[in-house]
Design a protein around this ligand. Structure first.
Ligand code: GLU
Length: 411
């Protein structure tokens, strides 16, 4: 199934519950603007390479559009389109004054040198600098992009538009970024997992958690849940992972990854397992925190966890989601649980615009407040309307965007 078809199914379900008119549905589904550009760059070898870059600006009814920039070989227009729509619903679920967008360049960042990545990034900004900015559309990190990439984006944008730190978020702390942004997505996933466990009447200490993905989101989620006395029984990265039923030494996993270019391969504190085995492992909470579409109708029946937390964007295909629903597996949806990143991005943008620094304690406090409020609203809606958490989150997000669209008028 194409990525955009899956998000469409969830949208339709919420739109039915909200009784939205056909006209509003059409307006909310389509993207405001879709951009595709060619990015020719010189490689270190002197050869020329040409990449394709995308930015889909989905909706700005609630404010400037917001969303990450992904560097991955599988990036294509359909995927970016689906992820841009997810950003519109996500910013609305947590009630940030933003719309949604997403961008990407089809490339493998591990195959390019740092200088090559910098050149590609700067040429991409050259191609689209007139189409984004602090009041229009604000990019941020996503899969395969880092704080350093955001610094290059700001620096290149400034060459055209003057000093504009709020044109991009997720920047390095020493280059107009904020403390707390880096770990915000993982912190939010962890904090909302604990809230969900409490709401489901489960004891937190000793909860057995398996995490697929050991990048920015996976590592910070693992650390947060480990600190909360959960037992992390398995972790993995793109090459596979490690399990230990009594609990992995998470700090040792983090140290190993730090010392081995971010990779877990060679870790000696657990038994090796494949990514397919991780998804089917016996645990209480399964957290896919890497690629989209990893849980499909082919493997949904093998999942043993009673709770699945979508730290990644769209890790569960719609068919698998229906199977989980039938099996009574509780799914915490991406547009709620991984919204910590964009929420901290919002705080960075606010501080950049005010030229005033908050400090990390206030960032954490505000982050926990915003995510906590959204969680309670989604939980209440799910209980009162007797719908899964995903449908409730979509109802909250889509409903807010629809109301803003109607209030804005059409004349
Ligand atoms: N890429 C992140 C996401 O999917 C963060 C986006 C942002 O900070 O704008 O939510």
């Amino acid at each position: 199934m194409r990525s955009s078809e899956a998000t469409r199914i969830y949208f339709d379900r919420a739109a039915d519950c909200l009784d939205l008119s056909a006209g509003i549905r059409r307006q909310l589904l389509g993207a405001k603007r879709e951009v595709q550009v060619q990015i020719p760059v010189e490689l270190d070898s002197g050869e020329m390479a040409t990449y394709v870059g995308y930015r889909v600006q989905h909706n700005d009814a609630r404010g400037p559009m917001k969303g990450g920039l992904r560097y991955h070989p599988q990036v294509d227009l359909d995927e970016v389109r689906a992820l841009a729509a997810l950003m519109t619903w996500k910013t609305a679920v947590v009630n940030l004054p933003y719309g949604g967008a997403k961008g990407g360049i089809a490339l493998d960042p591990t195959k390019l040198s740092r200088r090559e990545l910098e050149r590609v990034t700067r040429r991409f900004v050259d191609a689209i600098h007139d189409l984004f900015g602090p009041d229009v559309d604000i990019p941020a990190p996503d899969m395969g992009t880092t704080a350093e990439v955001m610094a290059w984006i700001m620096n290149q944008y400034d060459k055209y538009h003057g000093f504009s730190p709020a044109c991009v978020t997720g920047k390095p702390i020493d280059y107009h970024g904020i403390p707390g942004r880096e770990e915000a997505t993982g912190r939010g996933v962890g904090a909302l997992t604990l809230k969900l466990l409490s709401r489901l009447g489960r004891r937190i200490p000793g909860t057995r958690v398996a995490i697929q993905g050991f990048g920015n989101v996976g590592t910070h989620t693992a650390k947060f849940l480990h600190d909360a006395e959960c037992t992390i029984v398995a972790v993995s990265d793109a090459d596979g992972g490690f399990q230990r039923p009594e609990g992995l030494d998470v700090l040792a996993c983090l140290r190993h990854a730090r010392e081995h270019g971010g990779r877990l391969a060679g870790f000696t504190g657990g038994d090796a397992l494949t990514n397919a085995e991780l998804l089917a492992i016996d645990c209480d909470v399964l957290i896919p925190a890497a690629l989209g579409g990893v849980l499909t109708k082919a493997n949904a029946a093998t999942v043993k966890a009673p709770i699945v937390v979508e730290a990644a964007n769209a890790p569960i295909e719609a068919d698998a989601d229906a199977i989980f629903d039938e099996r009574g597996i509780v799914v915490a949806p991406d547009i709620l649980v991984n919204a910590g990143g964009v929420t901290a991005s919002y705080f960075e943008w606010v501080q950049n615009r005010q030229h005033y620094q908050w400090g990390v304690a206030r960032v954490y406090q505000e982050l926990d407040r915003v995510l906590g409020e959204a969680f309670e609203q989604v939980w209440q809606l799910s209980t009162s309307r007797k719908v899964p958490l995903r449908t409730a989150a979509y109802m909250l997000g889509v409903g807010r965007v629809a109301r803003a669209t109607i209030l804005g008028g059409t004349a």
